[in-house]
Design a protein around this ligand. Structure first.
Ligand code: TPP
Ligand code: MG
Length: 345
């Protein structure tokens, strides 16, 4: 990686980002993530064979959309397990996403990773591991690399509320704080880890209060308000880029669907789930834009239908791809073992 001097080309302010045209861009992304995941739900319901578990982010879309808008496109980002919004906001070709679900060639995961863990280097998307919380440690490592190389990049790492109870989270945050690393940790507090409420798994009312223990700034925002998410992440990114160290941001939200696609989700109270759906991040911004006179009903309907058409085309194109020949890949990647006849432990 080439050494890059710190520059002033980065956007510094927050206000200019919230001009109506920027908000319309956020709106388009919110709609895209919502429609994409709804399409996945329909595919699943129709019996389509989709590979792996798919952790939907329905109801939480504003967090990925606000975060992606607040960082620069070449700032490394490590999505959470509900990270499809990051892939979509970073313009990862949709056919590559769908090809992964359908186990076709040209998928982003190439059969090696569950799709929601896949790194996409050309889009600066870091890999997630199956060990939740370890991404805070690996992201701190990436941030350290950038700091030592004098680049001006800031690393964003996104995790769930339950993940803040892991040892990895503590190690990663403490190290990032102690080293003043350019890292922003965004907690998607959807209130549950599978079926365990965070209120039963931690005494802290606001998870951002954990920042105190690391000696860094912490803030809790409404995770269903894309502008609030954007503002908090933007401020943290600006600070980190000026060598101000890491920030912990908690975005409060609620998971609308089950833990994974296909989960009947019988363990959370029905009334609670229904109440949460009244606080919709997509409709919140739509209403705001309509109040500002920046988005009409017809304009919104066109956004939805344009997103649907793009998604439909990607599904068709992915279905037309040849099936993935994953069988050859392990031998290609582990050829030294294959040649020697040794099997890696
Ligand atoms: C270290 C570790 N423990 C347990 C699991 C199993 N697991 C997968 S998802 C999940 C729930 C995580 O909850 P949270 O961090 O709140 O994220 P959410 O699923 O709510 O987005 C668990 C326990 C895991 N992958 N890694
Ligand atoms: Mg959670």
């Amino acid at each position: 990686m080439a050494k890059r001097k710190k520059t002033t080309r980065r956007r510094d302010g927050v206000a200019e980002q919230l001009a109506p045209d920027v908000l319309l861009g956020l709106m388009e992304h919110l709609v895209l993530v919502r429609e994409f995941e709804r399409a996945c739900e329909r595919l699943w319901a129709d019996g389509e064979r989709m590979i792996g578990e798919f952790h939907l982010s329905l109801g939480q879309e504003a967090i990925a959309v606000g975060t992606c808008a607040a960082v620069e496109p070449d700032d490394p980002i490590c999505p959470s397990i509900r990270g499809m919004g990051v892939y979509l906001c970073r313009d990862v070709p949709m056919v590559g996403l769908m090809a992964s679900f359908f186990d076709r060639q040209d998928g982003i995961s190439e059969g090696r990773w569950p799709h929601w863990h896949s790194p996409v280097p050309e889009r600066h998307i870091l890999p997630l591991t199956g060990m939740l919380g370890s991404s805070v440690v690996t992201s701190a490592g990436v941030a350290l690399t950038h700091k030592l190389r004098g680049s001006d990049r800031v690393v964003a790492v996104m995790i769930g509320d339950g993940t803040t109870n892991t040892g990895y989270f503590h190690e990663g945050m403490n190290f990032a704080a102690a080293q003043d690393l350019p890292m922003v940790c965004i907690i998607e507090n959807n209130q549950y880890a599978v079926s365990t409420p965070i209120s039963e798994a931690a005494r802290a009312k606001d998870l951002s209060s954990r920042a105190v223990g690391y000696g860094i700034p912490g803030i809790t925002v409404d995770g269903n308000d894309v502008r609030a998410v954007y503002g908090a992440v933007r401020e943290a990114v600006v600070r980190a880029r000026r060598d101000g160290g890491p920030t912990l941001i908690e975005c409060k939200t609620y998971r609308w669907s089950g833990q994974v696609l296909g989960d009947p989700d019988t363990l959370r109270p029905q009334a609670e789930k229904e109440a949460a759906q009244k606080d919709c991040p997509v409709l919140a911004l739509k209403d705001e834009l309509s109040r500002q006179g920046a988005l009409s009903e017809a304009g919104y309907a066109k956004m939805v239908s344009d997103a649907g058409a793009r998604i439909g085309n990607a599904i068709d194109a992915a279905r037309a791809l040849p099936a993935l020949d994953a069988g050859a890949d392990p031998l290609r990647d582990y050829w030294p073992y294959a040649e020697s006849g040794e099997v890696p432990a």
